[in-house]
Design a protein around this ligand. Sequence first.
Ligand SMILES: O=c1[nH]c(=O)c2[nH]c(=O)[nH]c2[nH]1
Length: 301
Amino acid sequence: MSIVLGPNRYGKAENRVVRIYRDSPRHEIHDISVSTALRGDFARAHLAGDQLNVLPTDTQKQTAYSFAKEKGLLSIESYGLDLASHFVDTVEPVHTARVEIEEFAWQRVLVDGSEHNHTWVRRGQEVRTAAITVEGMGADRRTWVIGGLKDLVILKSTGSEFAGFMQDPYTLLQPTSDRVMATSLTAGWRFSTTDVDWEATYAGIKQVLVSQFATVHSLALQQTLYEMGRAVLEAFPVVAEVRLSAPNKHHFLYDLSPFGVANNNEVYHAADRPYGLIQATVLHDDAADAGTAWDSYTGLV
Ligand SMILES: O=c1[nH]c(=O)c2[nH]c(=O)[nH]c2[nH]1
């Protein structure tokens, strides 16, 4: 029996990079957390403590900041592609680079009814995400881009039921034909190309997801997730696969009968935990191989 080194990678996690574009009085802001991870010929670092092949995690951090200026930071997907390609192309021992990004949105404040040039309030809605993987050189080069979002909290106050479920001796749940459905959505979509209008596509996919949640009459969160993924694939041919993760943020009707008051689906207890956790992948049946595209580094996607 012998002991060997298995898969390994290393990098700098959660660099907080803020890029301001100030070429005109109307500034632009891009506020991100970026993580980089490198795979390659790093066995000697683990087996012998030899750093000859180890590009420091500090250097990875410096590169992330520098590229925000050198290459620009307009779309997290294109910035991530620049960064990941750079590590594979210029750092000899690196075979695969993974870049994971969260983007925090800012909204311009209104002053006297007009958008201010250089002041924003943090937009508390979803966090946009991207995960870029670049692997191999030359003809062996493979690239995967996953766009996505997390923490998109969404609720509908009707148009959702849950009935007809399997029952066993432990089943207490009563069927319902009208319930609150709420979740905090995490979604990732794998592109089949890098020739994408990243900004328009992000806005479009988010719009499809929320309108499906609103308009599909839900028989279960599972059905709603499938319909969300299906609609994204139909509307965006550049997307090969969608993965959705949705906690079922249960809203239980509060019992007002002790007070002699009827509760006609009007007062709920918003439960914190436990929660149902529903996850689904929806994809084209001929989608290209996902390789390591979903092999999360920081747990973001
Ligand atoms: O949409 C739902 N899916 C379930 O699988 C489930 N299970 C449950 O108790 N409530 C719900 N709701």
